[in-house]
Design a protein. Structure first.
Length: 238
């Protein structure tokens, strides 16, 4: 039986092998990263369905846009899952054609979402439309904030353990989803308190800004093929 030695305040402590903590292996860390990617895709599908349903039912443009954003994120998440599967076979230094195409589709979809949100917000203001209630938006955003915070922390931990720029970048992009949830929560609470249609429109414009930003980042990453994402505003220029 193997033993280890640990010095503590001048004393030598003998540790048995079973007491010595082992660092997780690369395959196990990649399995964790894969599981997190699948959870992200699955959660975004559920979030999209719920948000779009209540957004249409209650005429809440901000919640509807949030749901469409989640749906677009499914495409981006599929690219991340594909990348982790490649990483399990061999080291990955750049994005392959599938991942870059997923990013292109994601980017243009975000641009369309941003345009739709701006147009919808203007029409609602001109026509005086107001949501029936913003309670579903409050509930959805609270669940999303908790989920995205957990996913962001877990992805960052796995990415740092693997020294993987791609997984760390995915964690940073999850932070953008977290901020988007905060925008939805703020606009939903304010609307429920004051019932002013302008609040839902402003929340919609906030989601449009995030969608435009995500679209730009996705297309830039697809163009360069780099593993990192531009969520922190540091896209490479070449």
């Amino acid at each position: 039986m193997a033993y280890g030695l640990l010095c503590h305040h001048g004393q030598t402590i003998v540790l048995k092998k079973e007491h010595v903590m082992k660092a997780p292996s690369i395959p196990s860390l990649l399995n964790v990263a894969l599981a997190l990617g699948l959870v992200t895709v699955g959660y975004n599908i559920i979030e999209a369905v719920v948000s779009i349903w209540f957004g249409l039912t209650d005429d809440t443009l901000a919640l509807l846009g949030f749901g469409v954003d989640s749906l677009v994120e499914v495409i981006s998440g599929a690219g991340i899952v594909h990348m982790v599967l490649r990483m399990r076979k061999s080291p990955v230094e750049s994005r392959d054609q599938f991942e870059r195409q997923a990013l292109r589709i994601t980017g243009w979809a975000f641009y369309l979402l941003a345009a739709g949100m701006i147009l919808g917000a203007l029409l609602n203001l001109l026509q005086g439309n107001r949501p029936a209630t913003a309670v579903p938006g409050i509930l959805v955003s609270l669940v999303s904030i908790a989920t995205m915070w957990w996913l962001m922390s877990a992805k960052m931990k796995a990415g740092r353990a693997l020294h993987s720029d791609a997984i760390i970048a995915d964690a940073n992009c999850t932070k953008t989803c977290l901020l988007l949830s905060v925008v939805l929560l703020a606009s939903s609470i304010l609307y429920e308190l004051f019932h002013i249609g302008l609040v839902d429109a402003v929340g919609s414009l906030g989601i449009a800004w995030f969608a435009w930003k995500e679209g730009k980042e996705s297309l830039e990453t697809a163009r360069t093929g780099k593993l990192g994402c531009c969520c922190s505003g540091s896209c490479p220029s070449s």
